[in-house]
Design a protein around this ligand. Structure first.
Ligand code: SAM
Ligand code: SF4
Length: 448
């Protein structure tokens, strides 16, 4: 019987995609994936440290695994991702039953860990074998961005593709540059090869991933930037849709707007996180733009591509944020009219500059501001969705709907979810639907 691995992924799309790489390596060694951690021979917790809540979820899960391991000493437990990177060997002090720790830029080390532990022979292993060998892979891995790892993708229609790793921006609140290291771009050849292979396997859509895709190419020799990369990818025939996240407003350029306009396969959706509408707060956050500079770019985008959907991230209650600063964020939301936002309470992150800033805001005030932000945005989102009723839109059908087994679900180019009556045959097809009814987070439609 083959051995089983179970991966519990916390956090963002980057982690979801990293888990596809982790799964790919286990598959190469003959393991099968298991949805249920109870049946697994190896459990990997792929962690996130972007906010305190994500960290707490992980630590409570890791605590729970202590008993599981007591009952099954042969079980291997690995901790991956940003918390692994940050805490490294310290995790073993409180959680000695962890077997392996590897950071987001050391996923390739999983291969040697599997060999070293002889996990290949887990099913035959001796339960009394001493489990004291701890391994940690969190050191600098300068060539990681050039490595081609096997991947076990979730789904068959759309795929994530990393185009760069790390981040150089050091926004004052953010842990990412400390956990994912300095920015490094993958070569356009490696990226295109990966996407060509995806196209051959039948994938229709790719989402290009990077913390700041607008600075793509800066670490490469030659003269290639993100719009140039988009043009290259656009020539890959069987790929019908191209998306990308995340854009940083400081580096978002007119050249990219023109490229998006020129290339029909590039989806009409831009995620451009503003974080705050107050210049004072933006400066303290080290974001590198003012609200007016941001707004000008948005206006240019709206003028050039009027049907583009725009989404954003907002942080409520950054240290020192006054009522006036907060009101500026509310004004920004009213002025820009995003299609959707992700809004977060500011979360203290050890090691970041913001932690040592004065005037941290009371939890109660942060909660109230977040709730006001969400309320305002809900009304905008719903109004925008409502305006689509009666329209005919193109969607890529992704899967059965998660909430209604009689319905299928897909997304428009502008990234709006549409549920409609259809069947499995529709999966992977681009079809036209008429929008019948707007909801807060999705649209109901019918096939035309
Ligand atoms: N690189 C992307 C960018 O700059 O927009 C996304 C990075 S992060 C994974 C996604 C979002 O998490 C950020 O845009 C920010 O709004 C939020 N975030 C990051 N650190 C945070 C913190 N300490 N507290 C609250 N929200 C945070
Ligand atoms: Fe974090 Fe800022 Fe880098 Fe985004 S750009 S990952 S928010 S430091």
């Amino acid at each position: 019987m083959s051995k089983k691995y179970h991966i519990h992924t916390f956090g963002c799309q980057m982690n979801v995609h990293d888990s596809e790489k982790i799964a790919g390596i286990f598959s190469e060694f003959g393991f099968n994936g298991s949805e249920d951690s109870k049946n697994a021979d190896v459990i990997v917790l792929n962690t996130c440290s972007i906010r305190e809540k994500a960290e707490q979820k992980f630590f409570s899960e890791l605590g729970r695994l202590k008993k599981v391991k007591q009952h099954n000493p042969d079980l291997k437990i690995a901790v991956a991702g940003c918390i692994a990177q940050q805490k490294g060997k310290d995790i073993f002090i409180k959680y000695p039953y962890v077997d392996f720790i590897f950071g987001p830029n050391n996923i390739d080390h999983l291969q040697s860990w599997i060999e070293a532990w002889d996990v290949k022979d887990l099913s035959k292993s001796d339960a009394r074998r001493p489990t004291v060998v701890h391994l940690t892979a969190v050191d600098d891995n300068p060539e990681y961005h050039t490595k081609i790892l096997p991947m076990k993708r979730v789904g068959q229609v759309k795929a994530w593709v990393s185009i760069m790793y790390g981040c150089n921006n050091f926004c004052a609140y953010c842990i990412v540059p400390y956990t994912r290291g300095r920015e490094k771009s993958r070569s356009p050849e490696d990226i295109c090869k990966e996407i060509e292979a995806l196209a051959d396997q039948g994938f229709i859509e790719v989402t290009l991933l990077g913390q700041n895709v607008n600075s793509y190419g800066r670490t490469l020799e030659g003269n290639i930037d993100f719009p140039d990369l988009l043009r290259k990818i656009h020539t890959i025939e069987k790929i019908r849709r191209i998306r990308f996240v995340t854009s940083h407003p400081r580096d978002f350029s007119e050249k990219l707007i023109n490229t998006m306009k020129d290339l029909p396969k590039v989806c009409r959706h831009l995620h451009l996180p503003v974080q705050s509408g107050s210049d004072r707060v933006l400066k303290a956050m080290n974001r590198g733009y003012t609200y007016n500079e941001y707004k000008k770019k948005i206006d240019l985008l709206k003028e050039s591509i009027p049907d583009a959907a725009i989404t954003s991230d907002i942080i409520a209650g950054f240290p020192g944020e006054t009522e006036e600063d907060f009101e500026r964020t509310m004004t920004a939301l009213s002025e820009i009219e995003y299609d959707g936002i992700y809004a977060f309470k500011y979360s203290k992150r050890p090691g970041t500059k913001a932690l040592d800033m004065p005037d941290h805001i009371d939890e109660e005030i942060i909660s109230r501001r977040l709730s006001d932000i969400l309320k305002l945005q809900e009304s905008v989102t719903f109004r925008k969705n409502k305006a689509l009723e009666g329209e005919s839109l193109e969607i890529l059908v992704e899967s059965k709907s998660g909430t209604d087994p009689d319905k299928m679900t897909g997304r428009t180019g502008a990234n709006k979810i549409v549920n409609f009556c259809g069947d499995d045959e529709d999966i992977g097809k681009i079809i036209q639907v008429k929008i019948l009814k707007a909801r807060m987070h999705s649209l109901d439609g019918e096939k035309i």
